[in-house]
Structure formats: structure tokens, C-alpha cells
Design a protein around this ligand. Structure first.
Ligand SMILES: Nc1nc2c(ncn2[C@@H]2O[C@H](COP(=O)(O)OP(=O)(O)O)[C@@H](O)[C@H]2O)c(=O)[nH]1
Ligand SMILES: [Mg+2]
Length: 222
């Protein structure tokens, strides 16, 4: 009985997610859902990505339990930013994203970045209508997280290892991450970067641009 309830919630979510994807496709907007533990560096990565990519053609939806702090940070780099407060919800839902889309002008946009609520478990279960899922993990979190939270990394189209500027300071065996990923997700690239120093950002930006070109080959991104 319990399982049926969960299934129906997910089914209803998936139906709204499909509508979200249709709206985004119609507008030629690539949507990327960023998922990670709190503090892995989602907001700072977006603060660096958007100015380098196409500042006037990026919109952002940010999910957090409380506060508009991330939206305030991102408001200085993106033209359209909406904060979604989930209250006690540990992940965004497709319905919340649909409401967020209602408030955005998608015409003229190339990219929609969705910063999910900081959590390594729940966000992975909910399709939001995004085109690509990115899972972040940061060096200070430790090199065992891929094995401990496999669902987040299994669902990812790309995995971003952030804060590599701290590799020399902390005991961190990158090889463990590669080995764990080889068991659970071999199709997603592992992109190592530091939003602080800029190391590795080029590779990430190239991956993002390639995804949009695949989605919308006839329109050149700004
Ligand atoms: N050293 C270092 N710090 C970072 C990096 N990326 C993010 N941070 C810091 O980590 C903290 C959390 O980052 P934030 O982007 O807010 O994480 P979020 O909760 O995932 O959005 C902030 O103090 C950032 O300045 C990085 O690449 N290197
Ligand atoms: Mg954030």
C-alpha cells in the first residue's frame, strides 16, 4: 500500500515534468539540474558559469528550504532568477519548477539552470523536466561519497568534482572516486574543477555548450 502511494506521487510528478520539458523544448532552452549536498559549490559554480556562457540568455531557478540568499548571489550574474522555498521539502518537484517557469520569460533564453535543494538523496528521485542532470561532489566532503550515495551519481549525465584547489590540503584519493564511478556510472564524464581558481572551468563550459548544441543544433548559443 505504501509503495503504491509513493508510485503515484512519482507518476504525477513525471507527468508534470514531461510538460515542463515540452515547454523548454518549444522555447529552445536547455535545462540543467544541479544536485549535491549543501555546500558542494552549486551556487559559486553558477556564479562563474553564467558570466562566461551567456549572461543575458541564462535563467535560474534556485531551490532552498528558506531564504533568498542564493537568488541574491545569482541575481548579479543572470537576468532572470527565481528562488523557490520548499519549506521542509528536501528536493524540488516538477510542479514547483512549472510554477517557476510561469514567472520566467523563456523566449530569448538559451539555458535554464536549476539549483536543487542541497541533499544527496531525494532530488535524484524527482524528474523536473530537465534535459541534463549534474551531480556535484566537493573535495572536503571526502572521497567515499560516490559509493555511499550511489543514486545521485547513477542518475547524473555529468559529475563535477569541485574545490580541487583543496586537494593538496586534504587527504583525498581521487582514484577512489574514479573506481566507484566505474561500478555505477560509466557514461557520465567526471569533470574536475575549482570555481575559486578557475581550474577546469573550460572543460565544464564546453560540456554545457555541447549539450545545448545537441538539443538545438539549428540555433547557435549566445
Ligand atoms: N576553495 C573552494 N571553495 C569553494 C569552491 N566552490 C565553492 N566554494 C565555497 O564553498 C562554500 C559553499 O559554496 P556554495 O556555492 O554556496 O555551495 P552550494 O550550497 O552547493 O550552493 C562557499 O563558501 C564557497 O565560496 C571551490 O571550488 N574552491
Ligand atoms: Mg547554493
Amino acid at each position: 500500500m505504501k509503495i503504491k502511494v509513493v508510485e503515484s506521487v512519482l507518476k504525477a510528478n513525471d507527468a508534470v515534468a514531461r510538460e515542463n520539458r515540452k515547454r523548454l523544448d518549444a522555447a529552445g532552452v536547455l535545462a540543467i539540474n544541479l544536485m549535491s549536498a549543501p555546500g558542494s559549490g552549486k551556487t559559486l559554480l553558477l556564479e562563474k558559469t553564467i558570466p562566461a556562457l551567456a549572461p543575458r540568455r541564462c535563467a535560474v531557478l534556485v531551490g532552498d528550504l528558506q531564504t533568498t540568499r542564493d537568488a541574491e548571489r545569482l541575481g548579479s550574474v543572470a537576468t532572470q532568477v527565481t528562488q523557490i522555498n520548499t519549506g521542509t521539502g528536501c528536493h524540488l518537484t516538477a510542479t514547483q519548477v512549472a510554477e517557476g517557469l510561469d514567472g520566467l520569460e523563456l523566449e530569448g533564453m538559451d539555458y535554464l539552470f536549476v539549483e536543487n535543494v542541497g541533499n544527496m538523496v531525494c532530488p535524484a528521485a524527482f524528474d523536473l523536466g530537465e534535459h541534463r542532470r549534474v551531480a556535484l561532489l566537493s573535495v572536503p566532503e571526502g572521497d567515499d561519497k560516490v559509493a555511499k550515495y550511489p543514486t545521485l551519481f547513477q542518475a547524473a549525465d555529468a559529475i563535477v568534482l569541485t574545490k580541487v584547489d583543496l586537494l593538496g590540503v586534504l587527504d583525498y584519493e581521487r582514484q577512489r572516486v574514479y573506481e566507484d564511478l566505474s561500478r555505477i556510472n560509466t557514461r557520465a564524464p567526471l569533470l574536475e574543477l575549482s570555481s575559486k581558481t578557475g581550474q577546469g572551468l573550460e572543460g565544464w563550459l564546453t560540456w554545457v555548450q555541447q549539450q545545448r548544441q545537441r538539443l538545438c543544433p539549428s540555433r547557435s548559443p549566445g
